[in-house]
Design a protein around this ligand. Structure first.
Ligand SMILES: NC(=O)c1ccc[n+]([C@@H]2O[C@H](COP(=O)([O-])OP(=O)(O)OC[C@H]3O[C@@H](n4cnc5c(N)ncnc54)[C@H](OP(=O)(O)O)[C@@H]3O)[C@@H](O)[C@H]2O)c1
Length: 324
């Protein structure tokens, strides 16, 4: 089968389409014919290989050479312990090395794809959708809250916006000028264009700040929180090289530590695979409450080009790779 591989760290040029052996499912695995996969911040980071990731991914060269993690596709075969899925089922989920014609994936890392979403949309869900859902839950989201999403137009942000609306909250989205209309279309009650206005200078107060960018100081963010408001430290902006990266990491980590001594909580979390959460997202999609927003699709032969675009840092929603 064909699969995208990278055997050295570097720019997107290191991604190559290669012939590799088709995997065989173990007893508790499904063999899935991949139809679509999508790009995430972590995929870009693993290819670039900054030293902090090399400690986990291989010091001199990547130990695991497959690319991507999210996917959607059709079950082709199942292991002997799999009763929950059968050949022909349409599924989505996560498995490293997903930008390939086939993946073998554990049965607890997938969910059924609702019929009303395309493979391209479903292939965009796993990482960004779980990050948005688990982050909002870390912020104890509930109906009636006022929620602000900083960085509402990218992969995680477009899910966070729609999921927050599904929880019946009043949502303010922060994005750049070109994405203002998109944020409204996705359901935002209010939109702030960060190129024209600094949301931390407003009089408005929020119960939950879902911060995808961490480009403001802790004091600035505390200013716009209600007395028992919470800031969820979801991310540090877009993938790709940026001079502001170190500052954002320090601001994020610093806020998490300092908030132990303040009345406002700044909560960090790490996205984890959780099949119940995947099913929850599947239900939201089936009900039409969440529609994964895909800006561009690229064929698998143009994966490097897709990553180059993603690394520019201004993707709208998700960037998807299609696999024929
Ligand atoms: N906590 C976790 O476990 C976890 C897991 C996954 C991802 N993440 C984090 O989530 C973050 C977002 O990932 P992603 O995949 O959604 O990235 P993405 O698709 O590249 O989106 C990033 C968005 O950030 C926006 N942005 C950039 N500068 C901004 C600014 N100054 N103010 C407001 N928005 C700004 C961009 O919008 P414009 O084009 O409008 O500028 C872009 O749409 C990443 O930092 C990643 O590390 C965290």
């Amino acid at each position: 089968m064909k699969a995208i591989r990278y055997c050295e760290y570097g720019s997107p040029d290191v991604l190559k389409l290669e012939d590799v052996e088709k995997p065989m499912p173990k007893d508790n695995e499904l063999l899935v014919r991949v139809r679509a996969a999508s790009l995430n911040f972590i995929d870009a980071g693993l290819v670039r290989g900054p030293w902090v990731l090399r400690l986990l991914a291989g010091l001199r060269k990547p130990e695991f050479t497959g690319f991507g993690e999210d996917f959607a596709g059709v079950v082709e075969a199942v292991g002997k312990n799999v009763t929950e899925f059968k050949p022909g089922d349409e599924v989505f989920g996560g498995k490293r090395g997903s930008v390939a014609q086939y993946v073998c994936v554990r049965k607890d890392r997938v969910a059924l794809k609702p019929a009303n979403v395309t493979f391209e949309q479903a292939g965009a869900v796993k990482h960004a959708g779980l990050t948005a859902l688990q982050g909002l839950r870390t912020g104890k989201i509930h109906a009636g809250q006022k929620v602000l999403i900083n960085g509402a137009s990218g992969g995680v942000g477009t899910f966070a916006l729609q999921i927050a609306k599904a929880f019946d909250t009043e949502v303010t989205a922060v994005c750049s000028t070109r994405n203002v209309e998109m944020a409204r279309t996705l359901g935002a009650d209010h939109v702030i264009d960060y190129t024209k206005e600094d949301f931390t200078k407003r009089e408005e107060r929020y119960d939950l700040l879902f911060d995808n960018v961490s480009n403001h100081s802790m004091a600035e963010r505390r200013r716009i929180l209600n007395p028992d408001g919470i800031c969820v430290l979801a991310g540090i902006g877009s993938a790709g090289p940026t001079q502001e990266l170190l500052g954002r990491i320090v601001r994020g980590l610093g806020a998490g530590l300092w908030s132990r001594f303040t009345d406002h909580k700044f909560a960090q979390y790490t996205t984890r695979m959780d099949q119940a959460d995947l099913k929850f997202l599947s239900d939201l999609m089936a009900q039409g409450k969440v529609k994964p927003f895909v800006e561009k699709t690229y064929p698998i032969t143009e994966t490097a080009e897709a990553l180059r675009y993603f690394e520019q840092g201004h993707a709208r929603g998700k960037i998807v790779i299609t696999v024929e």
